[in-house]
Design a protein around this ligand. Structure first.
Ligand code: SF4
Length: 207
């Protein structure tokens, strides 16, 4: 009587082994690179089953906002991709006549500037002679700055020079802006500092 269990014949096993070896070789990127349509190995030849299913964050974004890199005075154009009201990617803007889609490594890392959990969110203050920083609420910090501005202005105000020419200025206050300030912020800083009599107003991007 014949067994219900199927018995593979030897030629059948050989076929299974050959198919297995063939699948293994075809799964090898170098083989696909040498025999397929991707001789440089930068496309399908280098694709794994997982990477075949991946989609760029830029393709699934809900909206794209155009902006300018905040770091330096070159002003490269950026595209900011937003999904679920969160920034998911920042890339160079090909429409920008300044940068034509390019960003330097600093500009390419703009996403971290916005989303990093190491971003400082609180005002820190180190009192004279203190070893440690302490957190201040913004209102307290703003009051402290205003007190110091008024005191410095009172102590260093100059009405006239030695020959009686009007000066109406203070050399006791100066401003050095950082490169992440944008045009609008720099405009307001220049306006404020000029109004309080400062003449030493500079930005890091120009130094
Ligand atoms: S930091 Fe880099 S990307 Fe940003 S504006 Fe300057 S050159 Fe362009």
């Amino acid at each position: 009587m014949r067994s219900t269990r199927q018995v593979r014949r030897p030629w059948c096993w050989a076929r299974v082994v050959i198919v297995g070896v063939r699948t293994w070789i075809e799964g090898w990127p170098v083989y696909r690179q040498l025999t397929g349509t991707d001789p440089l190995g930068r496309g399908t030849a280098a694709q794994s089953p997982k990477s075949k299913t991946l989609t760029a964050r830029t393709e699934t974004a809900d909206k794209v906002a155009k902006s300018v890199c905040p770091y330096c005075a070159v002003g490269c154009g950026q595209r900011i991709f937003v999904k679920d009201e969160k920034i998911v990617q920042i890339e160079g803007d090909p429409d920008s006549p300044v940068s034509r889609g390019r960003l330097c490594p600093k500009g390419s890392a703009s996403l971290s500037l916005v989303t990093s959990d190491r971003r400082q969110q609180k005002v820190l203050y180190r009192r004279p002679y203190a070893k440690d920083w302490e957190e201040l609420d913004l209102e307290t910090a703003m009051d402290m700055i205003a007190d110091r501005v008024l005191a410095a202005r009172d102590a260093t105000w100059q009405d006239h020079d030695g020959d009686g020419h009007p000066l109406n200025r203070t050399l006791g206050i100066s401003s050095l802006g950082g490169a992440t300030l944008d045009n609008e912020e720099n405009y307001l800083i220049k306006k404020l500092f000029t109004a309080i009599g400062a003449i030493q107003i500079e930005n890091q991007a120009r130094i």
